[in-house]
Design a protein around this ligand. Sequence first.
Ligand code: KIV
Ligand code: ZN
Length: 534
Amino acid sequence: MSINHPSFGTLDSGRIIIFDTTLRDGEQSPGFSMNLDEKLRMAEALHELGADVLEAGFAIASPGDFESVQSIARRFSKDGPVIASLSRANAADILASAEATKPAARPRIHIVLATSDLHMRVKLRMTREEVLERITESVTLARNHAADVEWSAEDGSRSDLEFLCRCVDAAIKAGATTINIPDTVGYSLPADMGLIFSTLMNKVPNADQVIFSAHNHNDLGLAVANTLAAIQAGARQIECTINGIGERAGNAALEEIAMALRTRQDVLKLRTGIESKRILRTSKLLATITGFDVQPNKAIVGRNAFAHESGIHQDGVLKDASTYEIMTPESVGWTTNSIVLGKHSGRAAFRDRLKTLGYEVGDNQLNDAFKRFKDLADRKKVVYDEDIAALVDDEVGRGNDRIKLTGLNVSTGMGTKPMATIALEVDGARRDGMAMGDGGVDATFNALRAAFPHEVNLKLFAVQSVTGGTDAQARVTIRLEENGKLVDGQGADTDTIVAAARAYVHALNKLLVKRERTEPPPVPAGGLPSGQGG
Ligand code: KIV
Ligand code: ZN
């Protein structure tokens, strides 16, 4: 069996479409916001990973979101993944999505409208008949602007199944090419999923002309299981995020689904376009950009996912890895030998290593990163891949920063009042600051405020070690808040205070960009009253 799709042409029933929503559902969760440069880097990495569809954002949400969707669409104007933008079921949203995705070689308008009795009554204040009419109107409008239109039934899994069939029928008749049934609140069990998808696919006329899609949230820890159940019932697109980030407990994790499909091909007999060896680096890039590492026991990409601690297991793995490993660490990008370069390594070796790690940097970025690498290699006995990744991630995308940290001196110790002097370059002009504080970090942040006066609330200060050892680099994540706007910044260095200062300056730069952006326009009647759903 095959299907003809406007973006993918003829698709056989063995191919699963990976719809990545890291940049939309993932990005909208607290602490995971990304700036334009970061979104572009993530989009590039997701493309290299082999995602088929990138949901680049929610174009109408703010001018910044519109710009991100449009920039990603432009980035893939010749080829690359399908670029989708989310819209509520109203003309303003749909036209914004159409406009923002237009530069893409393969644009998609994604429309969402709630179909559960609860959401329709409390949130939309619409009757079933009104919702049906709205589906027809909105999908018809979207089809006038794009050949590829996805329609999503928000809270679909808690909707009356008979009514859901009528909604899907209306969406298909109006021209939707993908039908997505989200488990918006992560309530379903795998058996429910199977029933929903098989009922829709068996009962709705022309269901075989469209692709059915699953979008599962992880509130009960069942997002991946539910997604696999949907696939087994016939869904051929799955919506997921890297590291499972997303609203509340997150979305189904791309890496887990991709590896389940690959590892259990014996039963599932399906394939994706995912280059599994790029999984780890994509996961790490996201962690670096957002400042949130995955937990050590996270499947596939957690530090312990392939670590064998018990003697019995170690013995077995040494005799034959398949005794305790169902997939190889290398197949998802783990390398056994991660010691790479030292202080005698040259620029060519450094560039080469960057390439192997998946970084394509321009000459200026290479120069800056190489300088920092040499400095790091002087201070640190061994430089690991993780160190290089942290260092380059710290450098890339910061070229346009208005504030640069150019010097820092901190004196601290027992019985002395910590003091910091700092040097910044703000829009090209030097600014100095000096201050005391309760500890070296506090003194540094006070000095920063003296050099560049500003009023913000520090909401988060987190330190992680990039590798082991006392000479390891620290990676600091800072969250600042100003008038309800949140920004995160990251910085890495072998000196934790320097890393903290870098992170603070990074966050301040993001805040300056955010200040220039305006608030989202008011919600049109009949749309979702707040946010865009999970
Ligand atoms: O969870 C959800 O319902 C969503 C929709 C907007 C697709 O994210
Ligand atoms: Zn969602």
